[in-house]
Design a binder for this molecule. Structure first.
Ligand code: 13P
Length: 317
């Protein structure tokens, strides 16, 4: 059942973080639903502009509706990830999305506010909520690349002003994570003091953590052993840090890259070990289950595993 992102946030705030996972194709969609059912977790299904370009917005929508028929016990919200204005309006008008993200974080503060405000007005008129972004994450996210020297953490005082002036419903904050497979050099982690300072000024306001993949070393090693050439020093967020961010208001955690690594590992190993094969349904089947296990594991770390009964009860579903 599709619920609003606000409903999920109301139940989750301070207790658990809702995993926000990107989908691009059928195998990923099925694995995502399976993994969340397996771990009894609510979730946010994210669609990026890249996914809409790759699979087509209507194709993704049809796939999600079909998955819902197959997994009727799922409780989730549908979210546009990193939208520009035009894509936000298309998503709002489609009537299918629970929330949209307008990402104008590369613009000066006042312009970011003005763009976000316009999207908020259109979205709220249709009951859709809006995530905005303030601060700048490093790394590569589809066609957006920000090098580390241009990344900066969210300023807590600016965050208050931004939320008041834009009317957004949740805020993606730069708190030490970065997008993509090549994140931290050295052992940089989350800036808990910064998250706390933002929460102190914005109590009970849902904060969103982008760039939350872990880039597990074991996964990178297996990919490289099967012919891949990923940087072995690649490192992401320590999954054990999620639990510390939850009481500080981090309510939505975005994970995409790690799921791509699972796909790459399964397919590279499959074709390495069975070079005579060309039936892609075989690795596809392995991938669906591997992706479901991956989602269930992340949900344990986000403390969203086992929360479906709580969500059902509190939302009277
Ligand atoms: P990762 O690249 O760390 O998976 O982050 C994804 C993300 O933030 C999507 O918005």
């Amino acid at each position: 059942m599709i619920v609003t992102t606000d409903q999920l946030f109301r139940v989750a705030y301070g207790r658990f973080a809702v995993g926000a996972y990107n989908i691009n194709n059928m195998e990923q969609t099925v694995g995502l639903f399976k993994g969340n059912i397996q771990s009894d977790a609510p979730f946010i299904l994210q669609i990026s502009r890249g996914a809409r370009k790759y699979a087509g917005a209507r194709m993704l929508e049809a796939m999600i509706r079909a998955a819902e028929e197959r997994f009727p016990e799922a409780i989730y919200a549908v979210h546009l990830d990193h939208g520009d204005e035009e894509t936000c309006y298309d998503s709002i008008d489609s009537g299918f999305y629970s929330s949209v993200m307008i990402d104008a974080s590369d613009k000066p503060f006042d312009e970011n506010v003005a763009i976000t405000r316009r999207v908020v007005e259109r979205a709220h008129a249709k009951g859709v909520s809006v995530e905005a972004e303030l601060g700048k994450l490093g790394g590569v996210e589809e066609d957006i690349a920000v090098d580390e020297s241009n990344a900066f953490l969210t300023d807590p005082d600016e965050a208050v002003k931004f939320v008041e002036q834009s009317g957004c419903d949740s805020l993606a904050v730069a708190i030490g994570t970065s997008h993509g497979a090549y994140k931290f050099s050295g052992s940089q982690g989350l800036h808990f003091d910064r998250i706390k300072a933002i929460q102190d000024r914005l109590p009970n306001f849902p904060l969103v953590m982008h760039g939350s993949s872990s880039v597990p070393q074991e996964e990178v090693k297996r990919i490289n052993n099967a012919g891949g050439k990923l940087d072995p020093s690649a490192k992401g967020v320590d999954v054990n840090e999620f639990v510390k961010a939850i009481p500080l208001g981090v309510t939505k955690v975005n994970i995409d890259t790690d799921g791509r690594l699972v796909w790459t590992r399964v397919h590279r190993e499959f074709f390495r070990d069975q070079p005579e094969e060309f039936d892609f349904r075989k690795p596809g089947t392995i991938y669906i289950d591997a992706y479901a296990d991956f989602i269930a594991h992340k949900n344990e770390k986000l403390c969203s595993a086992g929360q479906l009964p709580v969500v059902r009860e509190e939302l009277s579903l």
